[in-house]
Design a protein around this ligand. Structure first.
Ligand code: FE
Ligand code: FE
Ligand code: ZN
Length: 280
């Protein structure tokens, strides 16, 4: 089954996102758990979440990918930021426990001068504090483009975070591969797909890979910029992206578009990608 969806707004509630996804040919979706740049949190309505869950089962959806807000920084050791990050992640996870199979994607954050190793240790400690052994939600470390002091810029940094997680919690941790980010980070995922995925497998282990952010990039390999482009209009190109969605190591994962589009643009991209998919 080809699981493909895009980022949607949660502003009309949870059940509405399922209906919107179906209307554009998607069978999964991503959303922000709360205002990505703001603060404050209102727990979503349990009935709305239950309606979404029933709808997704009825239509054979892959679980949604909940994206943590950008205001978090799991690598920070500034008290105020660290406390807010822990509180928000724990709240988000407690909501996601209501959605079977839910995935929770987060940015590892930026070390802001304390150094890569100290930053990585802080991210792992954050995970050890916000996770519980009996949770059902899987947390996904997003691979990053490497802007500024951003962590997760290469597979070794992602592996370093996982290694710092308590072994009893590690089964709840996976990785979300962002194709724009890793290309910007120096991995030629569109050109050297096999070699990049073999490197991922060697450093992190392919079993940790649970989701793909499918984006083209406005910039060439290694640019460290993080500017997403529409599918086929950037440096990855349609041929490269076609290889990615059909690759044996990736094809069974859910793909989430975060391209600069409104709903109609996403509908067109999903139709395009479905037409490029082999063996369905
Ligand atoms: Fe992200
Ligand atoms: Fe992403
Ligand atoms: Zn990005």
């Amino acid at each position: 089954m080809f699981y493909i969806g895009c980022h949607l707004s949660v502003s009309d509630g949870y059940a509405a996102m399922g209906k919107t996804a179906l209307s554009i040919g998607a069978n999964t979706f991503q959303y922000f758990t709360r205002n990505p740049r703001g603060r404050g949190f209102k727990r979503p309505d349990a009935e709305d979440i239950a309606a979404l869950t029933a709808f997704m089962q009825e239509h054979n959806f892959a679980p949604p990918l909940a994206h943590a807000p950008y205001t978090l920084n799991p690598a920070s050791e500034v008290d105020r930021i660290r406390d807010y990050t822990r509180e928000a992640m724990a709240e988000d996870i407690s909501v996601l426990e209501e959605i079977p199979g839910a995935l929770y994607n987060f940015h590892p954050g930026a070390h802001v001068g304390i150094g890569v190793q100290a930053g990585i240790a802080n991210v792992a400690q954050t995970l050890n504090i916000v996770m519980k052994e009996d949770q059902r939600t899987t947390l996904l470390i997003e691979t990053m483009a490497g802007k500024g002091t951003e962590l997760g810029r290469n597979f070794e940094e992602v592996r370093g975070i996982i290694d710092g997680v308590d072994p009893a919690l590690r089964s709840h941790v996976g990785v979300c591969l962002d194709t724009c980010h890793i290309s910007d980070g120096g991995y030629d995922i569109a050109g050297e797909t096999d070699a990049v995925l073999e490197e991922f497998d060697r450093i992190i282990g392919i079993d940790r890979l649970r989701a793909v952010h499918l984006n083209d990039s406005k910039n060439p390999v290694g640019a460290a910029k993080d500017r997403h482009e529409k599918i086929g209009e950037g440096f990855l190109g349609l041929a490269g992206i076609t290889k990615i969605i059909n690759h044996p190591m990736l094809r069974d994962l859910p793909f989430y578009l975060e391209t600069p589009n409104e709903l109609d643009g996403y509908a067109q991209e999903i139709a395009l990608l479905r037409s490029q998919r082999t063996g369905e």
